[in-house]
Write a protein that binds this ligand. Structure first.
Ligand SMILES: Nc1ncnc2c1ncn2[C@@H]1O[C@H](COP(=O)(O)OP(=O)(O)O)[C@@H](O)[C@H]1O
Ligand SMILES: [Mg+2]
Length: 263
């Protein structure tokens, strides 16, 4: 158990965060009047992101229009510096656009407070990173449980959910291991399970196989493909054609603009 969990009773939520606004959100499939389709998850219109470097302005995103519907599987591609990370930061609600409409689950990002963005990230988005980003001091089970504790789940519910997810990603026999005792592929499986803990509406994967060998990459992609097949919405950033070919749609960035859109 994570330390905060030790002091909690089974029936007592461990953490509560600022506002409950995400609970007022309707699942993407039921949002009406939002975008051209009721299943719209993300709707961007003329999105710009400008960074200031001293007196210089860097136009990292330069007018991006993009719609992601529920259940879609996207690859985001493009050379270094083309704006992929900036785009993923906006999708991940880690930042707001400088200009343009950036709607997610019916909410305009520019209108949300920092606390609301945090809550949206915690409860509605799942993140998978190239470098796994597991907490080395925690066991596999505790790493998977972590978002659930921040959401105020009870220790018992979090533990049950974590064990079920560990089974789903093929790590049922590694629950008490620590990340350093696992292979890269196993660590990424833990990260996938953690990303699924809150049952998110959108999964974001940033070069998820970038640190893995070819055989292990294939296994992780099989896992992501399976999540898509279950109906999850997935966005994957990659520079490898082989990895991108798993997705059903592709967005190619160049100099902050969409160079090619394959739907
Ligand atoms: N925080 C920042 N401050 C200033 N410039 C930035 C910042 N982040 C990204 N940039 C610039 O924005 C452009 C797009 O960067 P980025 O989104 O990281 O591209 P990619 O992920 O495709 O390599 C690049 O020119 C980069 O140098
Ligand atoms: Mg990048």
């Amino acid at each position: 158990m994570v330390s905060a969990a030790n002091v909690a009773q089974d029936s007592v939520p461990i953490f509560r965060i600022a506002s409950d606004f995400v609970h007022s959100m309707k699942p993407p499939s039921t949002i009406s009047g939002f975008g051209s389709s009721p299943t719209t998850v993300v709707e961007w219109s003329d999105v710009h992101k400008t960074y200031r470097m001293g007196d210089e302005k860097v136009h990292a995103l330069n007018g991006v229009d993009w719609t992601i519907r529920q259940g879609e599987y996207w690859a985001v591609m493009g050379p270094s510096g083309s704006g992929k990370s900036t785009l993923l930061n906006l999708l991940g609600c880690l930042d707001r656009p400088s200009r343009g409409r950036c709607r997610m689950f019916g909410h305009e990002l520019r209108e949300l407070s920092d606390d609301q963005l945090s809550e949206l990230r915690l409860r509605r988005l799942g993140f998978i990173f190239q470098s796994f980003n597991l907490i080395p001091q925690l066991t596999v089970c505790e790493n998977i449980e972590l978002p659930l504790f921040y959401m105020g789940e009870t220790a018992r519910a979090a533990g049950e959910r974590a064990r079920a997810l560990a089974v789903e990603v093929g790590l049922a026999d590694r629950l008490q291991h620590r990340p350093t005792e696992l292979s890269g592929g196993q660590q990424q499986r833990v990260a996938v399970a953690r990303a699924l803990a809150a049952d998110p509406w959108l999964l974001l994967a940033d070069e998820p196989t970038g640190n893995l060998d070819t055989a292990t990459s294939a296994q992780i992609m099989e896992l992501l493909d399976g999540l898509h097949a279950q109906g999850r919405t997935v966005v994957l950033v990659t520079h490898e054609d082989q990895i991108a070919s798993h997705a059903k749609s592709a967005l190619h960035m160049l100099d902050g603009r969409i160079d090619k859109l394959i739907v």
